[in-house]
Design a protein around this ligand. Structure first.
Ligand code: FEO
Length: 165
């Protein structure tokens, strides 16, 4: 495997790992505040990001590349509000998308169509995750400070059809 691409894939392993830990911290924050639906949503997101990380690890090994596991960074664990929590979620997803685009660019530059093909799954996944984050943030902006609206948001978050988000 081309060393520049191997490095980018290892960077991506780090970003997915970081997102997984960040969403776990967000789940814990929501759980402690009594937002059970939101915490469930982020526990699940954390699991998904871990899956994204593992999928990359297995691919790099399959391609006979070297995997460097990242050390853990302290995630952000304090938030002022649900909108702040979801703004952070959207920022994190936008960042991951930008990094995936860098991998895609390098694959095309180095003519590594195998990795390019593999990364298409991540491109699709990011489209969905960014759309989900934006829709949830839009809903929260509509609700504003209305406590009954926040209650309903928390109650219903896991029943929104994320694919239509
Ligand atoms: Fe796997 Fe949403 O970044």
């Amino acid at each position: 495997m081309n060393t520049a691409i191997e490095k980018l894939l290892n960077d991506q392993i780090r970003y997915e790992s970081k997102a997984s830990l960040q969403y776990l911290a967000m789940a814990v924050w929501a759980d402690q505040k009594g937002y059970n639906g939101v915490s469930e949503f982020f526990y699940l997101q954390s699991e998904e990001e871990r899956t994204h990380m593992t999928k990359l690890i297995k691919f790099v090994i399959e391609r006979n590349g070297n995997v460097e596991l990242p050390s853990l960074e302290q995630p952000k664990s304090d938030f002022n509000s649900l909108p702040e929590l979801f703004e952070h979620f959207l920022e994190s997803e936008v960042f991951v998308t930008e990094q995936i685009n860098k991998v895609i660019f390098e694959c095309l530059d180095k003519k590594d169509y195998n990795v390019h093909n593999f990364m298409q799954w991540y491109v699709t996944e990011q489209l969905e995750e960014e759309a989900t984050a934006r829709t949830l943030l839009d809903k929260l902006n509509i609700v504003g400070d209305d406590k009954s609206g926040l209650y309903l948001f928390d109650r219903d978050i896991n029943s929104f059809d994320q694919k239509d988000a």
